[in-house]
Design a protein around this ligand. Structure first.
Ligand code: NAD
Length: 484
């Protein structure tokens, strides 16, 4: 099996650390391998990024924009190959992996445009002989650390915005799914981005990620992952660094009596189970108005049962593939057992699919639980698996209270046809993203971020770029021109 090299200072460098196998979660076949970066290799990458920073940050934005757009074109040209790697290492169906690479390309194109629109302000002072200029400057060297559920797209959000701003970067892709991220680095290299501007070191979070977090050579950490690791990162910085933390959620959906029940069910099935529920903005729990509760539960159970689950390479158009590893599957089973022991009613799924082709991989049927309460883990903790809990609500105030009753604040969903209900709920929901009558809470043009234990900082949109820029206030004093 080929062991992938790391990308350091513009070269593909063989690693000297221990070897980690990359496993296809649908078949348990080994599909590749990486090395766990040594401290020397991490330092080499950080020094390469520091060395490249002065020249890269001084490039005219239009030059950086051209290179980002070129990388975007290369992602599109190579989408088939990268998507196959992504499915092989992560488990999602091939068509979905292809969609992820197209979105990655769009992200690079978007930030290629935004790179040329970084501007400052002129602020009037009390006296007319003074003027304040506020300009934006790149933060410096960024360590980017990302999870395995969207291995290509989530790295793209960081790399495209960081490079557009003029930062240089060391990226640590997830150890479970490093192969597609390494191909992203290859496209960036082939697009002509100078040596050292982007570096990629591979390996485990506890050693490689932690070393990046603790390094004095890092000016900013851009992290996406679990709330637990996010908190650990925040606590373990040895010096002052900028931090953006995009963390986990336990996202609620509210379905009011006035909603279009059919479209609420389609939305619920899509956002609860897509990518096997391994989405930070997955719907974990659904609150339904009492008069339509049983109808909704019946329809959602039928929609879950109708989803096609298969090996994502053999059946590119399947709705669902394998889960990415044993860990989220075990957590899903644990949340299911916990809810059933506390009185939840199983209305769909609850077991692995039957058939020889599901024997080896991490497969589980999309599962719906009715009559759930907040004593159950599924209603208060992030499952990160194909499991959703449903409960009835009495009034809109009751629904909003239940929706806000967790430490998380990433995304919430509302289905209603009534403007007043829409206003009432969107105002009260304590979430960074609220989607109404749709389940796509994040788009590249608008800011995306969590509240409470779901994180700090924003990605996407202009705000996603500003996270990689410092402000500088330049105060000017003028004198009267003599004899003018
Ligand atoms: P995780 O926190 O275990 O790991 C994320 C990354 O951090 C991995 O690359 C891992 O190697 C690294 N890491 C682990 N320990 C580290 C340490 N001590 N120091 C530095 N890095 C370390 O998360 P995961 O299981 O890979 O991903 C799932 C989580 O990510 C879920 O909670 C999900 O909600 C969250 N997520 C959030 C968003 C968002 O935008 N808010 C998007 C996707 C996923």
């Amino acid at each position: 099996m080929t062991v992938s090299r790391q990308y350091i200072g513009g070269s593909w460098v063989p690693g000297r650390g221990s070897v980690i196998d990359v496993v296809n979660p649908a078949s348990l076949d080994v599909v590749g391998a990486i090395t766990n970066a040594t401290l020397d290799e991490i330092e080499l990458a950080l020094k390469a990024a520091r060395k490249a920073f002065p020249a890269w940050s001084a490039e005219p934005p239009v030059k950086r924009a051209c290179l980002l757009k070129k990388a975007g074109r290369l992602f599109r040209e190579r989408a088939d190959g990268i998507a196959r790697l992504l499915t092989a290492e992560q488990g999602k169906p091939l068509n979905e992996a292809l969609g992820e690479i197209q979105k990655l390309a769009k992200t690079f194109e978007f930030y290629g445009e935004e790179a040329t629109r970084v501007h400052g302000e002129i602020i009037p002072n009390d006296g007319m002989d003074y003027q304040s200029l506020v300009v934006r400057e790149p933060v410096g060297v960024v360590a980017a650390i990302s999870p395995w559920n969207y291995p290509a797209e989530l790295i793209g959000w960081k790399v495209a915005a960081g490079l557009a701003a003029g930062c240089t970067m060391v990226v640590k892709p997830p150890e479970l799914t490093p192969l597609s991220p390494l191909e992203i680095a290859r496209c960036v290299h082939d697009a002509g981005v100078p040596a050292g501007v982007l570096n990629m070191v591979t390996g485990e979070g506890s050693s490689v990620g932690q070393a990046l977090v603790e390094s004095p050579l890092v000016d900013k950490i851009a992290f996406t992952g679990s709330a637990e690791v996010g908190l650990r990162i925040q606590k373990s910085c040895n010096d002052i660094k900028m931090l953006s933390l995009e963390l986990g959620g336990n996202c609620p959906m509210i379905v009011t009596e006035t909603s279009d029940l059919e479209s609420a069910v389609i939305g619920a099935a899509r956002r609860s189970f897509r990518n096997m529920g391994q989405i930070c903005i997955a719907i974990n729990r659904i609150y339904v108005a009492e008069p339509v509760y049983e109808r909704f539960v019946g329809k959602l159970a039928a929609a879950a049962d109708a989803l096609v689950i298969d090996n994502g390479l053999d059946n590119p158009a399947a709705d669902l593939g394998a889960m990415a590893s044993a860990e989220p599957l075990e957590k899903t089973k644990d949340h299911l057992a916990d809810a059933l022991s506390r009185g939840a009613r199983l209305v769909a799924g609850g077991s692995p699919p039957e058939g020889d082709r599901f024997r080896k991989g991490y497969f589980f049927r999309p599962t719906v639980l009715a009559d759930c309460t907040h004593e159950m883990k599924v209603m208060t903790e992030e499952t990160f698996g194909p499991l959703v809990g449903v409960a009835p609500f009495r009034s809109l105030a009751h629904a909003a209270d239940l929706a806000n009753d967790t430490p998380f604040g990433l995304a919430a969903y509302v289905f209603t046809k009534h403007m007043d209900e829409m206003r009432y709920l969107t105002k009260r929901l304590d979430y960074g993203n609220v989607a109404v009558n749709n389940v796509d809470a994040g788009i590249i043009n608008a800011p995306y971020g969590g509240r409470k234990q779901s994180g700090v900082g924003y990605e996407h949109g202009r705000e996603g770029l500003l996270e990689y820029l410092n402000l500088k206030h330049i105060r000017l004093r003028f004198e009267e021109v003599q004899g003018a």
